[in-house]
Design a protein around this ligand. Structure first.
Ligand code: COA
Length: 162
């Protein structure tokens, strides 16, 4: 049985992330989407809300579960007996950062293999930051994010929160 981790900030989850988790769920026995409290970013959504939205979006994917952690991805992987990490690649611009992470993770946990799935072309320009900016300025993001995320962003920004 192959259990994989798909970690990310997911601030918020987009259709690009959904595409990656759907495809992973067909390739592997069990997928854990793990929300990372990444200190390098200032998230819009608290980790609990990111987790709840993901749970709602992936509820029909029976072999996908949701986790969250602070700290190193490799430590979470070791604790949960995971030896495969999934990441999506959108464009060449993602490659450098992803290669660096893959190599650092490999040094820290040599048994961990990172597998990259190429993001579908129609989602390759989407980023969580773009979605947040459009939503903040009153634009429609329904084509970029699943309905529960869209509803969350509408509620959030209609309160006048920045
Ligand atoms: N389709 C569309 N967009 C995608 C995408 C896809 N398939 N994959 C990633 N993105 C976008 C996201 O929308 C996000 O956009 P943003 O930069 O505007 O926010 C960006 O790419 C990356 O976000 P995400 O995939 O959510 O993850 P991340 O890069 O924030 O997280 C971690 C990277 C969590 C895996 C990494 O920081 C980590 O492992 N942290 C834990 C600490 C650790 O172990 N550090 C050492 C790592 S070497």
């Amino acid at each position: 049985m192959v259990r994989v981790i798909y970690p990310g900030s997911f601030d918020p989850m987009t259709y690009g992330h959904l595409d990656i988790v759907q495809r992973s769920s067909k390739l592997f026995d069990e997928v854990i989407m793990a929300v990372v409290g990444n200190p390098g970013k200032s998230p819009l959504l608290p980790p609990e809300e990111r987790t709840e939205l993901i749970r709602e979006v992936v509820k029909d994917l029976k072999n996908v579960s949701i986790g969250s952690f602070q700290g190193l991805t490799v430590d979470y992987a070791k604790q949960n007996d995971i030896k495969v990490l999934i990441r999506g690649l959108r464009a060449i611009s993602d490659f450098e950062a992803e290669l660096g992470m893959e190599q650092a993770n490999k040094q820290l946990f040599p048994e961990l293999e990172t597998i990259f799935l190429m993001t579908k072309a129609e989602y390759s320009f989407i980023s969580s930051s773009t979605v947040k900016e459009i939503a903040r300025l009153g634009g429609d993001v329904s084509q970029f994010v699943p309905p529960p995320v869209n509803e969350y962003l509408k509620r959030h920004f209609s309160r006048g929160t920045k």
